[in-house]
Ligand binder design. Structure first.
Ligand SMILES: [Zn+2]
Length: 252
């Protein structure tokens, strides 16, 4: 493979990510591009993949992170494409594109993290904001507060609860322990939290190497069942009089 940014590639590679790079580069038409954005990013479409590298920040560990995302795509795992809620009206106000992307990201990170460490990088290098806590007391308070407006559940509040709960529940960092905060969130919303716990537990049991094998669980089934369960939870808490969630979009 010929690279336009040969000198950049040389700055991104080290002895720890070279094999992973070779694997990805063999399976996808891989290129690197500089970006003015502050974070690394990966774009994939079909067999094409571009890793975006922020100006002035060539980093083998960040490159390895993006290559691990690409490896999942190569293995056929593409969770976000299956989190489509267009046929599920009750979920439309909750599942924004940003939430679907976020869920995919945190679940992918959970599968990528052990491999990242096994390559020889340390956990601080996994994310640019590795040391920023996901759940703090003010965050937990605002999640609990935002979940309902009077007797009505808020679509935005549910969106935030799902996003933060899954991020904390999927976090692998040894320097954070969210068990107390997660328990507080469970106590206020046992039904929804158990759906989210179930998703992470099933994702942990899911073997990426077996994706596509009909005798094993697939990301397709996991995402489908997850949306089914959230849908049935929403059905149980929806305001019976208005048959809807409280949503900013419908407030006026
Ligand atoms: Zn990532």
């Amino acid at each position: 493979m010929w690279f336009r940014h040969k000198s950049l590639i040389n700055q991104l590679l080290d002895y720890r990510n070279q094999d992973l790079f070779d694997f990805v580069n063999k399976s996808l038409s891989l290129s690197v591009e500089r970006t003015t954005a502050s974070c690394y990013g990966l774009y994939t479409r079909g067999t094409k993949a571009i890793v975006y590298v922020p100006y002035g920040k060539p980093s083998p560990s960040s490159f390895a992170h993006e290559l691990l995302h690409a490896e999942l795509k190569i293995r056929g795992v593409n969770f976000s494409t299956k989190l489509s809620v267009s046929e599920r009206p009750a979920l439309i106000p909750i599942f924004s594109d940003a939430l679907s992307d976020h869920i995919t990201n945190v679940l992918e990170h959970r599968k990528m993290f052990p491999k990242f460490l096994s390559l020889g990088y340390n956990e601080d290098e996994f994310l640019s904001d590795s040391r920023i806590a996901i759940l703090t007391k003010p965050v937990v308070d605002s999640l609990i507060h935002g979940l309902r407006h009077g007797i009505d559940y808020s679509a935005d509040g549910i969106n935030s609860y799902i996003g933060k709960y899954l991020a904390a529940r999927s976090s692998c960092f040894s320097f954070f322990d969210y068990s107390n905060e997660l328990q507080q969130l469970r106590d206020v919303e046992p039904g929804l939290s158990s759906v989210l716990d179930g998703l992470v537990d099933r994702w942990d049991r899911y073997d990426i190497e077996k994706e596509g094998d009909p005798f094993y669980d697939s990301y397709l089934m996991i995402s489908f069942d997850f949306l089914d369960e959230v849908e049935s939870w929403v059905g149980s808490v929806i305001n019976q009089a208005t048959n809807s969630l409280w949503s900013v979009n419908t407030r006026s």
